[in-house]
Ligand binder design. Structure first.
Ligand code: THU
Length: 126
């Protein structure tokens, strides 16, 4: 998991966040053992901004991955995942461990089930 968290920190340096200045990096571990990263990318039309977690996951899907084992997120102050990302993580990953790191190296371990209790998902669509 150390490699995954380090990659999230590296991705945070690539953040494009000129409006909020809140830089976020994320890295997802695939079932194949690959690590795919993402960073937040902001737009002058603020609502078009995409969070680091979704960039990482959408990138991983676009690269052909469909099964995920863990996610790491790096922020300045250990900020947690937004609601939209919690839903996307649940949809694409199910219940996986999530490591949230701050810039000082503090790491909090949680999970997608803990972050999104009583989740809406595809089972409700059947
Ligand atoms: N942000 C993320 O990248 N992930 C989250 O889960 C929370 C928020 C980004 C979006 C925006 O660029 C900045 O942080 C401030 O909201």
């Amino acid at each position: 998991m150390k490699k995954l968290i380090t990659h999230a920190h590296t991705m945070r340096k690539r953040s494009h966040a000129p409006y909020s200045n809140y830089t976020v990096g994320a890295a997802v571990l695939t079932a194949d053992g690959d690590i795919i990263g993402g960073c937040n990318v902001e737009s002058s039309s603020y609502g078009l901004t995409c969070c680091a977690e979704r960039v990482a996951l959408y990138r991983a899907v676009a690269e052909g991955h469909s099964s995920f084992k863990a996610l790491a997120v790096a922020t300045e102050n250990g900020g947690s995942l937004c609601g939209a990302c919690r839903q996307v993580v649940w949809d694409l990953c199910g219940d996986i461990p999530i490591f949230i790191a701050d810039k000082k190296g503090k790491i909090e371990k949680t999970s997608s089930a803990k972050l999104l209790p009583e989740a809406f998902d595809q089972n409700k669509l059947k």
